[in-house]
Design a binder for this molecule. Structure first.
Ligand code: CUA
Length: 339
């Protein structure tokens, strides 16, 4: 019984019940709803089996216990019982069918792409990288990373791949998870969020020392706000103010090789177009200038094994670059949702 409680507590802990919008048990999207229903069906079947087995077990323990004065008593010996054997074969078959039918249905439903490519339906390219996510909107010529913007109430398709090793894209509260593979073995899935909000995502495939830090967010906004966001992203003016001019020069000389601004192709590093709008630095660090400078000077201390070189610039230079990056604030959309 103690093991059961410890196990239950652990399960609750691991499902992330403390964090909003990071729980498969509080579905807020179509995909996670399907999976939640399947979980409930399996739990109901398991409970049913558990209760029946425990009841029979308890009955046998009491009914056939050793009684005083009967120490040498040997009960009637039975071998084989056709009726019983049929019953305990047929019942599991029925239970498995009850589980299999909705599972197969959900599998096909989750793979349904009947509206993909239709007019007005968004397809987003997702690329997993050690240890960050690239999001490309080819129809709108937008590139971004770490925060994935989607409209609510409609189905958004994802074309998924990896630039290095296998990662897994997982947003528990609105969808299931899907591996991103290197090479030509692309995967697809869709997202459909019911409500506006920020949904936490994790990489769910061990991919190196910073696997557990490969976080991202899905920011679901109303369709009107989504259109506004696209317009904002398409009209970005990356020119620095006078105060951050030096920072921009330093950025162009030191960082631009990997970190594009605007619709650059997926570079070696995350696209920085809307950096100042991100909910976290590198997916895991609270956004502040101090933290940003620390990250630029020595990213290894936050995300071991990441590709960004340490000490590329001095702390003073990093501070100027940070001033510039913090000006890359091109859209108010989603700002209220992410507070
Ligand atoms: Cu990427 Cu784990």
């Amino acid at each position: 019984l103690r093991a059961f409680f410890i196990f239950s507590a652990l399960t609750l802990l691991l499902t992330g019940c403390g964090v909003d919008n990071l729980s498969a048990l509080k579905p807020k999207g179509y995909g996670s709803d399907l999976l939640f229903d399947l979980m409930m069906i399996s739990i109901a079947i398991m409970l049913f089996v558990f209760i029946i087995v425990m009841a029979i077990y308890t009955f046998v323990l009491i009914r056939y216990r050793q009684r005083k004065g009967q120490e040498d008593f040997i009960p009637k010996q039975t071998e084989g019982n056709k009726a019983l054997e049929v019953i305990w074969t047929v019942i599991p078959i029925i239970l498995l069918l009850v589980l299999a039918v909705p599972t197969v249905q959900a599998t096909f439903d989750l793979a349904d792409e009947s509206t993909k490519g239709d007019e007005g339906v968004t397809t987003i390219e997702v690329t997993g990288n050690q240890y960050w996510w690239h999001f490309g909107y080819p129809d709108d010529e937008i590139s971004t990373s770490q925060d994935l913007y989607i409209p609510t109430g409609e189905r958004v398709y994802l074309d998924m791949k990896s630039s290095d090793v296998i990662h897994s894209f997982w947003v528990p509260s609105i969808a299931g998870k899907m591996d991103t593979n290197p090479g030509d073995n692309d995967n697809t899935m869709y997202l459909e969020a019911y409500e506006e909000g920020v949904y936490w995502g994790h990489c769910a495939e061990l991919c190196g020392p910073s696997h557990s830090l490969m976080d991202f967010r899905v920011i679901a906004v109303s369709p009107e706000e989504y259109d506004q966001w696209k317009e904002d992203m398409q009209n970005v003016d990356p020119e620095a103010t006078a105060e951050a001019q030096e920072g921009q020069d330093l950025y162009e000389n030191n960082c631009m090789g990997c970190h594009a601004i605007g619709d650059g192709a997926a570079g070696q590093g995350p696209n920085m177009t809307n950096f100042a709008n991100r909910t976290k630095i590198a997916g895991v660090i609270e956004p502040s200038k101090e933290n940003l400078v620390d990250w630029i000077v020595n990213p290894e201390q936050f995300k071991p094994g990441n590709q960004m070189p340490a000490n590329l610039v001095s702390e003073d230079e990093a501070s100027q670059i940070a001033d510039y990056l913090m000006e890359l604030d091109h859209s108010d959309v989603g700002a209220s949702a992410s507070e």
